[in-house]
Design a protein around this ligand. Structure first.
Ligand code: AMP
Length: 551
């Protein structure tokens, strides 16, 4: 195919604003394209010469392109630079100095790959010469788009979704679009998708599965307004898992180990320590989904910002020591030749447990099975204690929805806890020991309302969030510990605290909502409570059972 044909297509697309019209133009073009050429045409139309995850970069800057244009036309470089500055468009600049011939798509594609491969001391000159060679053979229209491709500035308004739509219209029926998108989510390489469809039709597309070395689009989380929605959206029991605020890492373990980011970039070289740790901890060939987190010497989680220092090309060994990290693995998508993404989560997790041996650096995400919202809240509070980001609630029966934001994963973060209009004054009757960042102080306080009729205290919530670090450690000296349950307290066996307090202090608390709870003797629980301040009140002046029943 002549590159001029592509250039004409790009000119047409550039002058079209309607999405439908663009799709029609593209699908007509793809219908006429020879099967062998479709792959390259699809890449180039996205301004690529390989899949986005292949890490193929042309490595050309504006000035290099200007040099190549000048060299191709035998012109003065300064003048071309002036012109480029005036026009502000490398395409229009190249067009003015183009030759007369035409190029083939094959030549363009192969030469662009040579430009990408040029390395070492002379690479700059080599790249410029290669581009100048192409431009000197190109007609003005070809030069316009060639120069834009080289600088990553094609600006056609065509995204990968448009290409998928056009391919579906050209080579299959409308309904095939869903299958194409699914395949593209598993294999985000427009060239492979175009080639497979052209040669084997939609049946071949359906056979595309997870492969080691081809990163798949990550599954994403939905969100709910309140935690009660979980029952309808997923249905109990669910798996509740700590949500780590680090960087998503897809691990591909075959002969080599590769790590990919959520944007499908190859980030293997940033984490040689994780690669070594995976070798020791993980059995067989597999693809894992995980989050990498910065940790301190004891393995406690550290804030996300610290991890940013590991995003580097140089001094990597030094930063392995400066910023230690651990990998929290939460899913497996492929194992020993078998794609698992259509399997239900409970099965995938059973396999994950079998192939991952937990070590200091490779861990399975903290999780538990929950049958009610009390249990979800418990793990949520634990993650707040860790300095964690919240929880992800997972459907035991859900497949791995590559690239999709569905109800099989639901995230719940502290910032969703908006709060009721009124606050509550609660009596502190006990506490639970802290772990992780809260080791040495309390993880949560057990709080109660006052039942004025019976003159009793009834438990209502566990309060762990809203404290500043300083306030947390001040808690240790605030309360008067007693060795037994306070006499007027009624409590269920399921929530016994580690220490009891004389019911003396009243705390003002806000929360997300009040829901029925079998675990709290008030019969109701305050969901996602947050500390506001201490009140100068007697325990009997705390919020009463009658008041909360009125909510
Ligand atoms: P968000 O970025 O807030 O939409 O939340 C989704 C992200 O949470 C995912 O892309 C993961 O990077 C991250 N994440 C952390 N822990 C987990 C987990 N246990 N399960 C799934 N995703 C998690």
């Amino acid at each position: 195919m002549k590159f001029l044909e592509l250039a004409h297509l790009y000119e047409k697309l550039e002058n079209t604003s309607s999405y439908i019209a663009m799709r029609e133009i593209l699908s007509d073009f793809f219908k006429k394209t020879q099967k062998e050429e479709l792959e390259n045409a699809a890449y180039l139309t996205l301004g690529q010469i390989a899949s986005q995850y292949a890490d193929v970069n042309l490595g050309m800057a504006d000035k290099m392109a200007v040099k190549a244009i000048a060299m191709a036309g035998g012109e003065n470089e300064k003048e071309v630079l002036q012109q480029f500055k005036k026009l502000g468009d490398i395409g229009k600049t190249a067009e003015k100095h183009a030759g007369k011939g035409t190029l083939t798509v094959k030549t363009v594609f192969e030469t662009l790959h040579k430009i990408a491969q040029a390395e070492g001391g002379q690479s700059r000159d080599k790249k410029i010469k290669l581009l100048a060679g192409l431009l000197s053979q190109a007609s003005p229209l070809e030069a316009r788009y060639l120069a834009r491709i080289v600088l990553g500035d094609l600006r056609l308004g065509v995204g990968d979704k448009t290409i998928l739509d056009a391919l579906a219209t050209a080579y299959a029926h409308k309904e095939a679009r869903k299958e194409l998108e699914h395949a593209y989510n598993i294999c985000p390489d427009i060239g492979i998708i175009a080639r497979t469809l052209a040669h084997g039709g939609i049946n071949s597309i359906k056979k595309i599965g997870v492969e080691v070395g081809v990163p798949i689009q990550s599954m994403l989380c939905q969100r709910v307004k309140n935690i009660e929605e979980i029952e309808h959206k997923i249905g109990y029991p669910v798996i509740v898992e700590e949500k780590y605020d680090g960087e998503r890492v897809q691990v591909h373990k075959g002969k080599k180990i590769k790590l990919y980011s959520r944007r499908l970039e190859d980030i293997t070289l940033q984490f040689p320590d994780i690669v070594q740790a995976i070798k020791k901890a993980v059995k067989g060939n597999c693809v894992l989904d995980s989050e990498v987190m910065p940790v301190d010497a004891k393995g406690n989680l550290l804030p996300f910002q610290i991890l940013m220092q590991r995003r580097r090309k140089y001094d990597i060994q030094e930063y392995i020591k400066k910023v230690p990290v651990a990998l929290f693995v939460f899913d497996v998508l492929y194992v020993n030749g078998k794609s698992l993404i259509r399997e239900k989560y409970s099965k995938r997790y059973a396999i994950l447990k079998r192939i991952v041996k937990q070590t200091g650096q490779i861990k399975l995400a903290l999780q538990k099975t929950c049958k009610d919202s009390d249990c979800i809240e418990d793990l949520f509070n634990k993650t707040v204690e860790h300095g964690g980001e919240g929880v992800v609630i997972k459907n035991l029966h859900g497949p791995y929805d590559a690239g999709a934001r569905g109800w099989n994963w639901v995230k719940w973060k502290p910032e969703y806890v908006k709060g009721l209009r009124d606050t509550f004054d609660l009596v502190v009757v006990g506490a639970y020991h802290g772990k992780g960042r809260r080791a040495g102080t309390y993880g949560a306080l057990l709080c109660a309302v006052y039942d004025a009729k019976k003159d009793k205290f009834l438990t209502f919530c566990k309060l762990g969030s809203g404290f500043k670090d300083k306030e947390l450690f001040a808690l240790l000296n605030k309360f008067k510990k007693i060795t037994h349950k306070p006499a007027r307290l009624e409590i269920a066996k399921t929530i016994m605290p580690d220490v009891w307090f004389d019911p003396r202090f009243v705390v003002e608390v806000t929360g997300a909502e009040i829901t029925k709870s079998p675990n709290h003797t008030a019969g109701y629980a305050l969901r996602f409570p947050r500390f506001l301040r201490w009140r100068e009140k007697k325990p009997e002046q705390a919020t009463t059972l009658k008041e909360i029943l009125g909510f």
